[in-house]
Design a protein around this ligand. Structure first.
Ligand code: GLA
Length: 393
């Protein structure tokens, strides 16, 4: 019922073997970066708020070696696309097709811009981060690419600068106006810890998550309702409108009374968006305090409240995510579920639950069977301990 995670050491061996089979030489460099799951703090990052993600034991792993003499660019084979792309290095790097390569192009362009162009390369990438599931498969690809560039050049960037370079790649090459949570989690995640990130100051704090009696269960609804970032960009613009109307630099500086006082000046939808953000920033701070104190049930209550707000005020949930959360709630504390909510951008993708480790098997079986009975869709479930951020292997 619960899918297992392929260990990073095994992925390392696989990428070396597959690179060697494809290019006829072993790789010189291997880099990996994880996906992430966000425990709480959703749609708060681009409002300068707090987020609480963790890196997961699902990785994008990339191997590379210098290209044969005479080649002037990068030949990049991606296993999921089952296709290769050529990235010329003797001309400006532009976005284009295939679109999966835009994340890579954007990151390499970021290095070139800083005078850190790589040499001609042969590259092989694989990933165990589910695509389009709200677990930041794109950030994992970006951060793994940046980490590979660091390995190739033998020169590390400051990790915050690296995360920002990757975010810029996503903005400019993939056209998604994302916040900074995903790239930070993938670059700076710490084993055994959640990452509390203040998106205004960009300061991070590691929040220990080493209590073995509590597990993080990830439930993929296996639906994706929106293919482009249209709904995401619209939410972001609505938040900016709200902040502007309130005369504030961002919704981080707003409070519920300030918002209520300006209600008459705000469109009803914009008001609801802002109410979500203000409440979510507050819940994230409170959830961290509960987690630090080991009060899992109280932390779980904030997760349910987060989900309700994302569903009712932010309108980024969907029926399938609501079904998962509803099942989690019906299993409840008695059955070992502390809390459950949608995670990531929304419109489908994954839910995250904090559960009692001793009851994982029963919980997973019940979520899977009830979800399938109610939606006619098979979900995918897996566990993850907080993993470490990007590494050169
Ligand atoms: C996506 C974005 C993040 C963040 C979440 C919502 O994952 O990439 O920056 O905004 O959505 O919390």
């Amino acid at each position: 019922m619960v899918e297992s995670n392929v260990p990073l050491a095994t992925l390392h061996e696989q990428v070396v073997a597959r690179f060697t089979a494809r290019f006829g030489q072993p790789p010189h460099w291997v880099a990996a970066a994880p996906g992430r799951v966000n425990v709480i703090g959703e749609h708060t990052d681009y409002n300068d708020g707090f987020v609480l993600p963790m890196a997961i034991e699902r990785f994008c792993v990339i191997a590379a070696a210098p290209a044969p003499a005479g080649s002037r660019g990068i030949t990049w084979f991606d296993e999921i696309a089952n296709a290769a792309v050529e990235i010329p290095l003797d001309a400006p790097i532009t976005k284009g097709s295939p679109s999966w390569a835009n994340y890579i192009r954007g990151v390499i362009a970021g290095f070139v811009e800083q005078g850190k162009a790589p040499p001609a390369l042969q590259v092989y990438s694989l990933s165990t981060v589910p695509l389009g599931g709200g677990l930041s498969s794109s950030a994992a690809l970006e951060v793994a690419t940046a980490t590979l560039m660091e390995a190739v050049r033998g020169e590390k960037l400051d990790p915050v600068a690296k995360a920002l370079l990757c975010q810029k790649a996503e903005h400019q090459y993939a056209g998604v106006p994302c916040g900074i949570m995903d790239q930070f989690a993938s670059a700076l995640g710490r084993e055994g810890h959640l990452l509390l990130l203040d998106c205004r100051s960009r300061e991070t704090q590691a929040v220990s998550m080493s209590d073995a009696s509590v597990s993080v269960l990830i439930i993929n609804t296996n639906v994706k309702h929106e293919l482009t970032g249209g709904g995401y960009a619209q939410r972001r613009a609505q938040c900016e409108t709200a902040a502007r109307t309130l005369g504030l630099p961002s919704l981080r500086s707003a409070t519920q009374p300030v918002l209520d006082a300006a209600r008459g000046k705000l469109d009803e939808v914009v008001y609801r968006r802002a109410r979500h953000v203000i409440g979510e920033i507050d819940r994230t701070v409170k959830a961290v305090a509960e987690i630090r104190a080991g009060r899992w049930e109280a932390a779980g209550q904030h997760m349910y409240a987060s989900h309700a707000s994302l569903r009712d005020d932010y309108d980024v949930s969907c029926e399938e995510l609501d079904v998962v959360v509803d099942i989690g709630r019906s299993i409840g504390m008695a059955g070992g579920v502390y809390g459950c909510r949608m995670t990531g951008g929304g419109f489908g993708g994954c839910a995250v639950a904090l559960v009692q480790t001793s009851k994982v098997a029963e919980i997973a079986a019940r979520i899977a069977s009830e979800y399938e009975a109610r939606t006619k869709i098979k979900p995918t479930l897996f566990l993850s301990r907080p993993a470490s951020g990007a590494v050169i292997l």
